[in-house]
Design a protein around this ligand. Structure first.
Ligand code: ZN
Length: 673
């Protein structure tokens, strides 16, 4: 039996999976989905939600969950055979979903459903799903005809090429850079970095240290190198990457210009005045002026703090480091010295308290108390023997399950994420209610020599973050597949439940329950907690203001007409208007700004701070009522976690908080009240 085709089982059979299952399963499931699409648009299927869902959603979901299993296993248990199977199937999967999302016959039918008199009587979640579907068809170009449609398709393909080119140029330029120095010139840099650079030089047949612009080398050199000249050389090289200062073949200037032009043209084809206007349609912020006001507000509040941060840094650099003039290549170095000077405490010492079993215990206790659920260990087939499976129960009923894959290992992709395996869905094929299943994946250092794994405070924050996404996915009460859990949630609000959970990691009563020293079993001592808290706000003013600068650049680039032809000029203008630190004249940060040109953040960079504001304000409700207040926890579960994408996040937020979001709590959490 091919586990990718087994749809009856509640949990996928990860243990039985082999790479050779991929090709035959995807062949069969794609053929079924293709046939279903043709059938769905035929007159044989009436234009109503249930019929369409039965005919189309069932086979498409079956394809999605099989493909989800392949993608998941490739990320956590990669093998060459699996990578090949994945690479072969990927273009066909992408092609199918692209066609499905722009199929005009299907669009027409969904429109008939949405505009029928019966639509007004549908449950709100279903009406929201229909409205989302129509919007996505429109934004996908399904309404365009003739030449406009042709042009739209051409633009899409070209934009994909350009984004890829942008990333490739940046990577090639980064890979190409090398600087050979005498290891003695690296004074101040941690020994393991110097050793790695020396080994790297030897591998290239040189008796020296080889410096590159990759983060594991770049960051410690800028942070720790005592040699100002060395810092300057590396800093300059890094900020001129993929620009006119390097080889023409890797210069991203023309790539960015064409990309911004095409985005503008795409927006106009769809009837919008700017790309920013188009990009904000499916987001919570909705319109460019809202984002503009948000950035201006945050900028105004952060600037005095950034000025104070900078003055403190300058004073310290002059008095303690003898750097009378703080050059751009001194900032990271001086900041690191100042941080050590002010908050001297070892992260090793802290880590002894965050033993993995205690952290999990504390986390589970917290969510059990807040959201009236219980977490129970259970069994299911897994892909590695360190992976655990749990069930979530509420009111005596099993509501969801989750896999916990915590540790780094070969063949596992780095980073941390939550992924859906099954989503809650009242199935239209007579198989009843499907319960959510989640993957919670991290990359912590594994346990060693019979001792429990020790997490850093950052690791704990990561775990809480992903758990927040997981709860959003698992506690949903929505039966409509397209808007249950995290589905259908606005992109700039998706981090609300996850960032919300992070806040608990800074609370003394919570940390008491999360910690047990690996040798003594003692919880975290108060003085160590105070140090941790003090370091939290270090240079937050400068940090927030930098975020505002990038967000303002992004918005202006995608709003102003003619922006494509003056990208660097806009970056310089924004720097003068917003920042307290002038960018040096050689700096070409747009040429390396992958978020905007090779990621999904175009006209969306503000989203980071936006979701932080929401989550801080939501958390403030717990600060006001008491951290473990059950009533507030119930409201959060019912009004935010359970409702998922079935209504706008603003509606959910207001239902929880009793008012619209305010920026105050975020500022306070940043130490900027
Ligand atoms: Zn997240």
């Amino acid at each position: 039996m091919n586990p990718l085709l087994d749809t009856a089982a509640e949990c996928p059979d990860f243990a039985a999976f082999r790479a050779e299952h991929v090709a035959p399963a995807i062949d069969e499931l794609l053929a079924d989905a293709e046939a279903a699409l043709e059938h769905a648009v035929s007159p044989a299927v009436p234009a109503d939600c249930d019929s369409l869902s039965r005919v189309l959603d069932v086979p498409v979901e079956r394809l999605r969950r099989a493909w989800g299993m392949v993608v998941h296993l490739q990320a956590v248990a990669d093998t060459p055979a699996l990578r090949d199977a994945h690479a072969q199937a990927l273009p066909r999967i992408t092609d199918f979903h692209t066609r499905l999302g722009a199929d005009r016959r299907l669009f027409a039918k969904v429109k008939v459903v949405a505009e029928s008199p019966a639509a007004a009587g549908l449950p709100p979640a279903r009406r929201k799903a229909l409205a989302d579907a129509l919007r996505d068809f429109r934004l996908g170009g399904a309404e365009l005809d003739g030449l406009a449609r042709e042009r739209f398709t051409t633009i899409q393909a070209r934009m994909a090429e350009l984004s890829q080119q942008f990333g490739k140029n940046l990577l090639d330029a980064t890979d190409d850079y090398e600087l050979y120095v005498d290891p003695a010139a690296m004074a101040g840099v941690p020994a393991h970095v110097v050793e790695a650079a020396t080994a790297d030089a030897h591998a290239h047949g040189r008796d020296a240290a080889r410096l590159t612009l990759h983060a594991p080398c770049l960051v410690p050199v800028l942070q720790y190198a005592e040699s100002r000249a060395l810092r300057e050389t590396i800093y300059r090289a890094n900020h001129m990457l993929a620009s006119e200062f390097g080889p023409a073949a890797w210069d991203n200037t023309a790539v960015m210009r064409e990309l911004v032009h095409l985005r503008d043209e795409e927006a106009r084809l769809l009837g919008y005045e700017s790309y920013a206007q188009l990009a904000l349609v499916p987001k919570m912020a909705r319109t460019p002026p809202t984002v503009e006001r948000f950035i201006a507000d945050a900028t105004g509040r952060a600037r005095p703090h950034a000025e104070r941060d900078l003055a403190g840094l300058r004073r310290f650099a002059t008095e303690q480091l003898g750097l009378a003039e703080l050059e751009p290549w001194d900032r990271t170095f001086a900041s690191e010295k100042l941080r050590q000077h002010r908050f001297a405490f070892g992260s090793d010492e802290l880590q002894q308290y965050f033993t993995e079993p205690q952290v999990l215990l504390g986390l589970f206790e917290l969510i059990e108390a807040l959201f009236d659920v219980s977490v129970r260990p259970a069994t299911a087939a897994v892909w590695h023997d360190s992976v655990r499976f749990f069930e979530l129960h509420r009111a005596g009923q099993r509501v969801a399950g989750f896999y916990l894959d915590l540790y780094a290992r070969p063949g596992k992709q780095s980073g941390a994420w939550m992924d859906e395996t099954r989503s809650r869905w009242r199935r239209p094929d007579g198989r009843g209610l499907q319960r959510p299943l989640a993957h919670l994946v991290c990359n912590f250092a594994p346990p060693r020599a019979g001792r429990p794994a020790l997490l850093s405070h950052d690791d704990v924050i990561t775990l809480f973050h992903e758990f927040g996404h997981g709860l959003h996915h698992m506690l949903t009460q929505v039966d409509e597949l397209a808007v249950s859990g995290i589905a259908g949630v606005e992109w700039d609000a998706a981090e609300l439940p996850s960032q919300f959970m992070e806040n608990f990691c800074w609370e003394w009563p919570v940390l008491q329950r999360l910690t047990a020293h690996v040798d003594t079993g003692q919880p975290l001592p108060r003085d160590l907690f105070e140090k941790l808290l003090a370091a939290r706000h270090f240079q937050r003013g400068l940090h927030v203001l930098r975020g505002c600068e990038y967000a303002a650049f992004d918005l202006r680039l995608h709003s102003e007409s003619g922006a494509a032809d003056r990208i660097q000029a806009i970056a310089d203008e924004v720097n003068r208007e917003i920042a307290v630190l002038r960018n040096p004249p050689f700096m070409r940060y747009p040429n390396a700004f992958s978020h905007l040109f090779d990621g999904g953040y175009a006209a969306g960079y503000y989203g980071y701070a936006w979701a932080e504001v929401l989550s801080a304000d939501a958390f403030a409700a717990f600060e006001e009522a008491g951290l473990f207040d059950r009533e507030t926890g119930r409201r959060w579960r019912e009004q935010v976690l359970e409702t998922g994408g079935s209504r706008s996040t603003l509606e959910s937020f207001v239902a929880f908080r009793g008012r619209e979001p305010r920026i105050d709590a975020w500022l306070r959490h940043q130490g900027m009240a």
